[in-house]
Design a protein. Structure first.
Length: 276
């Protein structure tokens, strides 16, 4: 009974100490850097200076080109390893650039639904108002297309572990690093020329720590064993979103370098507005 109480005390202490393996003394020298809980690229993207003029762009799709399936121990999964809705992340990143001042986005992902709805409006107006019905405004067209996709999902780029055991009491820590790679390009609609192209990557960190202990009781005829552990996994969706935001930021910088667009000249009024 005394030993069981001791085991529970050690278990509780190890749970408090080893929940975060990056702050567990000597393990911090072995494990990878802690996963990011914020998206610093998004902050930099939002704080971009004002552009001279908004660029009108179209986003059709941002596909998963890896073809990889999610993996799990001792079971087969039919879900994909990465998100299939990355185009929504791309649109969100474009709308976040300069707090919505850099890009004007034309809807293309649901173009069929948009066209059918417009036809329904035209038909209804014609039925009730005849030839004098108000006409719909033409659809917004763009001079640039943003396209690309998720081109890589590499698992186990780095993996390893460390552990120790003494008198039946053991501690262990393991880590694994995956990587997501995305590509983004800007295409000129008039000629089909690829104006800009970037490839960015984001690493996915997974860590786990565990504690176990055992002891023979009743003259060595019975075994008491206690195990506990905790895992912390950064999601692939978070990595895809961060990589897309980084790609959009690099697209903006490349476009400035190639005179595709530029910052608005800073005046005293704009500087005061930025300060406010």
């Amino acid at each position: 009974m005394r030993y069981l109480t001791l085991c529970l005390a050690v278990l509780a202490l190890s749970g408090c100490v080893s929940v975060d393996p990056y702050r567990c003394g000597t393990l911090s020298n072995y494990c990878s850097p802690p996963p990011e809980v914020k998206r610093p690229t998004l902050t930099e993207l939002v704080n971009l200076p004002m552009p001279r003029q908004k660029a009108v762009v179209s986003v059709y799709s941002f596909l998963d080109m890896t073809g990889q399936r999610a993996t799990a121990d001792n079971m087969a999964l039919f879900s994909t390893a990465v998100t299939q809705g990355a185009d929504s992340f791309l649109i969100d990143a474009l709308m976040a650039a300069g707090n919505g001042k850099w890009f004007l986005i034309a809807e293309r992902g649901e173009l069929d639904s948009l066209t059918r709805e417009r036809q329904l409006i035209i038909s209804t107006r014609s039925t009730y108002d005849g030839e004098g019905a108000n006409q719909l405004q033409p659809l917004l067209f763009s001079g640039l297309i943003m396209s690309g996709g998720i081109i890589g999902y590499d698992t186990n780029l780095r993996s390893g572990g460390i552990g120790a055991r003494y008198l039946g009491i053991g501690l262990n820590a393991q880590h694994r690093v995956d990587e997501v790679t995305v590509a983004l390009r800007v295409v000129l609609v008039q000629t089909g020329q690829v104006l800009l192209n970037v490839i960015t990557s984001k690493q996915v960190y997974s860590t786990s720590t565990g504690f176990d202990t055992f002891r023979f009781t009743e003259n060595g005829t019975e075994l008491v064993e206690v195990e506990a552990g905790v895992a912390r996994n950064e999601t692939a969706t978070y990595a895809v979103r961060s990589a897309i935001e980084q790609a959009v930021l690099e697209i903006v910088h490349q476009g400035i370098a190639q005179d595709l667009w530029d910052y608005q000249p800073q005046t005293e009024e704009t500087e005061n507005e930025n300060l406010n």
